[in-house]
Design a binder for this molecule. Structure first.
Ligand code: GUN
Ligand code: ZN
Length: 442
C-alpha cells in the first residue's frame, strides 16, 4: 500500500454498548498505550501502540500522549442559521422564535451570508470535537446548499435539510407546500448519499406547517424512505396548546406527525419533554427517536427530559446541543447540563454511559454505527483528542482522580472546547484554532 498512513498514539477509548456501570468493562475498549492507524480517511486498525507500529513502520506517528483518543462527537440536533442567535435574552420558546430566531433566519436568503456562516459553523463544530451534526437549515435551499458544500470541502459527515415552514412566520421565511416539496426534492437528488452528506426531510414543527405542507412532507418521506426526518415535539406548554388549536382533530401533538406519515426509525424528534402515555406508546411502536437537548431545555425553561422513563419503554434517544437555543457547541457541556437535568429527576448519568451516548449511542440512533461513533476497523477516521487537564480547575481536580471514570466525569462537567486538543475529520486534522473565515461582521 503506497498511500501514506498515519498512526495516532494516545490512550484510546470507545464503546461496544451502553455501559451499565463502572464495573461493566466489557462495554468499552480502553488501551493505556494505544494507537489508531489511519489510511485513506478510514481507521485501518485500533490497538496497542507496539503492535500497530510494528505493523505499519512506514506510518507517520502523531504522539498525542497522555491525552485520550475517542470517536468524534455527534450532535443530533443543531440549527446552523442560529450561530448569531445563541445567547439571546429573556424569552421562552414561542417568543424566542418570533423575537430573535425568525428575523435572524431571514438573513440566510443571501447566499454570501449563508456561505460565511457555514464556514464558521463547521469550524465551531470541529473546534468543540464534533465531527458529525444533524443540522436544520433555514427555509432557504441556499442555506443547506452552503452547509453541504462547506462540509464536503472538509469531508465531514453532515445530515441536514431545508426547513419546511409555510405559516406563522414572517415574510421572507415561508415557503409553500409545493415549493417546500420541490426544493427539498431537488436537494435530496443533489446531495443525499453524495460523499458524506445525508438528507433530513425537515418540517420545522406543526405550528409552522399547514396540513397541506405536512401532507407534502409525508409524500417526500414515502418517496425517500432512506432519508432522515427531523422536527420538534412537545418542547413547551404554550407550543403544545397552540398545536392543539391548529390541529383540533389530532389526538395529541405526536398524533399530528403520525397522521401525516412522518414517524419511523429514521425520525428524530427534538425535545419530546411533555408527553402523554399515548404519545410514548406511539414513539415506541414507530421506533421514532426523541432527542434530548439539555442546555436548550434549561435556557428556554422548557422542562426536564425523562431519559429513564423513555429508555424503560425501549425508546432509544439521542443527545444534542440545539444551538441557538442551546448555549454551547460542546457536547461535553451538553453532558454537564444533561447530568443536572437527570439529577433533578433522581436519575444518574454515569460518565461511561455519557461518553457512550455522544459517540456510539448517537451513531446507533442514526443507524450509522458501522461508519461513525467508534474506533473499529473500517470506520471513518473521525477522532477527538481530549485533555482532562486543559484548565487550571481541571488540572487541580485531576490531581485527585484515580480512575478512568473520574477523568471522564471531570471532562463531562468541566470540559469544553479547551479540552479538545485536536479533532480529526476523515483522518485530517481539523481544529484550526481561530475561525478560518475570519471574524469581520458579515
Ligand atoms: N421549535 C421550532 N423551531 C425551533 C427552534 O429553532 N429551536 C427550538 N429550540 N425549538 C424550535
Ligand atoms: Zn431545534
Amino acid at each position: 500500500n503506497s498511500q501514506p498512513r498515519t498512526l495516532l498514539r494516545g490512550r484510546t477509548l470507545d464503546f461496544n454498548r451502553k455501559p451499565l456501570d463502572e464495573n461493566d468493562t466489557e462495554a468499552y475498549n480502553y488501551q493505556a498505550d494505544g494507537a489508531i492507524l489511519i489510511a485513506n480517511g478510514k481507521i485501518e486498525a485500533t490497538g496497542p501502540y507496539d503492535q500497530l507500529s510494528a505493523r505499519a513502520p512506514d506510518a507517520t506517528v502523531i504522539d498525542h500522549r497522555p491525552h485520550l483518543l475517542m470517536p468524534g462527537f455527534i450532535d443530533m440536533h443543531v440549527h446552523f442559521p442560529q450561530v448569531q442567535v445563541i445567547a439571546s435574552w429573556g424569552a421562552q420558546l414561542l417568543d424566542w422564535l418570533n423575537t430573535y430566531t425568525f428575523p435572524e433566519e431571514t438573513r440566510f436568503a443571501e447566499e454570501a451570508h449563508a456561505a460565511a456562516m457555514a464556514t464558521h459553523f463547521c469550524d465551531l463544530l470541529t473546534g468543540h470535537g464534533t465531527t458529525t451534526a444533524v443540522a436544520f437549515g433555514s427555509v432557504h435551499s441556499g442555506s443547506v446548499e452552503a452547509l453541504f458544500t462547506e462540509a464536503a470541502k472538509r469531508n465531514m459527515c453532515m445530515i441536514s435539510g431545508k426547513v419546511m415552514m409555510d405559516r406563522n412566520a414572517p415574510d421572507g421565511l415561508r415557503d409553500t407546500p409545493q415549493a417546500g416539496y420541490d426544493d427539498s426534492k431537488a436537494l435530496i437528488e443533489k446531495w443525499h448519499g453524495v460523499g458524506r452528506a445525508q438528507y433530513a426531510i425537515t418540517p420545522r414543527f406543526a405550528i409552522t406547517s399547514t396540513p397541506e405542507q405536512l401532507d407534502m412532507a409525508g409524500a417526500l418521506v414515502a418517496e425517500h424512505p432512506d432519508c432522515f426526518v427531523q422536527t420538534h415535539l412537545s418542547e413547551n406548554h404554550d407550543e403544545i396548546a397552540f398545536t392543539a388549536e391548529l390541529y383540533p382533530d389530532a389526538p395529541d401533538y405526536l398524533g399530528v406527525y403520525e397522521r401525516y406519515g412522518l414517524l419511523g426509525q429514521k425520525t428524530l424528534l427534538g425535545h419530546a419533554i411533555h408527553l402523554t402515555p399515548r404519545e410514548i406508546e406511539v414513539l415506541a411502536d414507530t421506533r421514532s427517536k426523541p432527542i434530548f437537548c439539555p442546555t436548550s431545555n434549561l435556557f428556554l425553561g422548557s422542562g426536564l427530559f425523562d431519559d429513564a422513563g423513555l429508555s424503560a419503554r425501549g425508546i432509544q434517544n439521542g443527545i444534542a446541543t440545539d444551538v441557538g437555543a442551546g448555549t454551547s457547541y460542546s457536547m461535553l457541556q451538553t453532558l454537564n447540563d444533561g447530568y443536572k437535568i437527570l439529577q433533578l429527576q433522581n436519575q444518574k448519568l454515569h460518565p461511561l454511559a455519557a461518553f457512550d451516548w455522544i459517540t456510539r449511542g448517537n451513531a446507533d440512533v442514526l443507524g450509522l454505527s458501522d461508519k461513525i461513533g467508534s474506533l473499529t476497523e473500517g470506520s471513518d477516521a473521525d477522532i477527538v483528542v481530549l485533555n482532562a487537564r486543559s484548565t487550571h480547575a481541571m488540572d487541580l481536580r485531576m490531581q485527585r482522580a484515580e480512575t478512568l471514570s473520574e477523568e471522564l466525569f471531570i471532562l463531562q462537567i468541566l470540559g469544553d472546547d479547551r479540552a479538545v486538543e485536536q479533532t480529526y475529520v476523515a483522518g485530517e486534522a481539523a481544529k484550526t484554532g481561530r475561525c478560518s473565515a475570519g471574524l469581520e461582521d458579515v
